[in-house]
Write a protein that binds this ligand. Structure first.
Ligand SMILES: NC(=O)C1=CN([C@@H]2O[C@H](COP(=O)(O)OP(=O)(O)OC[C@H]3O[C@@H](n4cnc5c(N)ncnc54)[C@H](OP(=O)(O)O)[C@@H]3O)[C@@H](O)[C@H]2O)C=CC1
Ligand SMILES: O=C([O-])CC(=O)C(=O)O
Length: 442
């Protein structure tokens, strides 16, 4: 075994951690690899001060032990990702953009298991955008997170340059430019919706504080964990340094579901359906808007003449699609949710096609539709591809759409009152209008 340069504590520490079982105590050898030449690699080590255990690393040829420090927790780089390639040293990577940091919570969960591999493949941010993944789990999922990191290692993604895993959001969210907040407690049998709001709200309050403290000041946050609108509001309220506009609740899955149903009814492929807005809450009060939606550039109501179907069957099908899927699959949508997260991010980093828009749960303050201020509500957005968005102004309303919007708005206002203790707005008072459901609970 030839000896790699052990100038890097991180590489040695990582190697030690990953190989501890197969090595003699206190004797750790670093494998030979041409790719470990000092010209092209330098090891990276998170600057966080961590509790340490030390072990010695022997170099085979001179056997002088090197003291390396192995962080006790998991908030450090993982395995092969401790090595950072000098991107400007190679012809094929010279033109790549600066690496971006993407934090993902619930990283050992089902949705993440699809999403992380899409992010790492380049499908989301493009083939010249190297990324670092910062994966947040909990005590429960520490082992599972390592498993995820191992699969990422074994996938040999050229664009994936760093993976950090950890259980402390103040470490994992460090310098995050995107935060995809997926981890949340599922509603258990007999659990009141108010209890779910409280338990998950606490998670998102904590994560908001952590983002505020350590993330990039312009971090874009997409909240997926349910109830995602109110979780996004809580997260935002606990992160006053981050622009409120940067917080999104994922309703893109609902938009995709609506497009699918409209395409099916009209007998066209999905790509002919555009301008679909989901209004309001990611719950069974959400409003899939068929008044403004188009098929082949024509108003949906001109193409689908069965307006009763639109008002009743279509609307209910979209609202309850998550539950229908759980009944078939035995678990909630994970792959299609991951796809919709990809769609949501791409909609922010690429210009919206002329005349079209996308749905996202965003902060209502200043909205042009007369929707109550200070909640997170799904609305039609456009982006010029810089990560930001604007609300679409040219929207029609009729009595049906207004009355449906009022219902989902009332639900979100009630949810907000229920989490006042987590948004810094006083004492919580829960008067949820009825026990409405998450899409997956039907
Ligand atoms: N907005 C949308 O369109 C959709 C939202 N969802 C929501 O996304 C979330 C994740 O779904 P999915 O990945 O399938 O779920 P999983 O149960 O597979 O994973 C979720 C992760 O959440 C974490 N978690 C569970 N309980 C708690 C808790 N008490 N405190 C903190 N974290 C917890 C777990 O991470 P760990 O063990 O590391 O703590 C777990 O890995 C759910 O809230 C789901 O309802 C789902 C589909 C669509
Ligand atoms: O309730 C859930 O976890 C599932 C969900 O949000 C959906 O499928 O839209």
């Amino acid at each position: 075994m030839a000896v790699a340069e052990l100038t890097s504590r991180a590489a040695a520490a990582s190697f030690a951690r990953n190989n501890a079982n197969s090595l003699h105590a206190s004797q750790i050898y670093v494998p030979s690899s041409s790719s470990l030449s000092s010209d092209h690699f330098r090891a990276r080590y998170r600057s966080t001060v961590l509790p340490k255990i030390t072990c010695s690393v022997n170099q085979v040829q001179n056997s002088a032990p090197i003291q390396v420090e192995i962080p006790k927790d998991k908030a450090d780089c993982y395995g092969v990702f401790c090595l950072t390639y000098d991107l400007k040293a190679e012809e094929e990577t010279k033109s790549w953009k600066k690496m971006i940091n993407i934090a993902v919570s619930g990283a050992a969960g089902m949705i993440s298991n699809h999403l992380l591999f899409k992010l790492a493949s380049g499908e989301v941010f493009g083939p010249d955008q190297p990324i670092a993944l910062r994966l947040l789990g909990s005590e429960r999922s520490t082992q599972a997170l390592e498993g995820v990191a191992m699969e990422l290692e074994d996938s040999l993604f050229p664009l994936l340059r760093e993976v950090n895993i950890g259980i402390d959001p103040y470490e994992v969210f460090q310098d995050a430019e995107w935060a995809l907040l997926i981890g949340a407690k599922p509603r258990g049998p007999g659990m009141e919706r108010a209890d779910l709001l409280d338990i998950n709200g606490q998670i998102f309050a904590e994560q908001g504080k952590a983002l505020n403290a350590v993330a990039s000041p312009n971090v874009k946050v997409i909240v997926v964990g349910n109830p995602c609108n109110t979780n996004a509001l809580i997260c935002m309220k606990n992160a006053p340094k981050i622009p409120a506009k940067n917080f999104h609740a994922l309703t893109r899955l609902d938009e995709n579901r609506a497009k699918c149903q409209l395409a099916l009814k009209a007998g066209v492929f999905y790509d002919k359906v555009s301008n679909v807005t989901i209004w309001g809450n990611h719950s069974t009060t959400q409003v899939p808007d068929f008044l403004n939606a188009k098929i082949n550039g024509l108003p949906v109501k001109e193409v689908i003449k069965d307006h009763k179907w639109l008002e009743q069957e279509f609307t209910e099908k979209v609202q309850k699609r998550g539950g229908a899927l759980i009944q078939k699959w035995g678990r909630s949508s994970a792959a299609s949710t991951a796809v919709s997260i990809v769609d949501a991010i791409k909609s922010l980093v690429t210009p919206t096609p002329e005349g079209d828009w996308f749905s996202s749960g965003v902060y209502t303050t200043g909205n042009p539709y007369g929707i109550a201020e200070d909640i997170v509500f799904s609305m039609p957005c456009r982006s010029n591809g810089d990560g930001d968005y604007e609300l679409v102004k040219e929207i029609q309303f009729d009595d049906y759409l207004r009355s449906r919007i009022a219902k989902t708005e009332a639900e979100l206002l009630a949810e907000k009152r229920c989490v006042a203790h987590l948004t810094g707005e006083g004492i919580a008072y829960c008067d949820l209008p009825e026990d409405t459901m998450l899409p997956g609970e039907m």
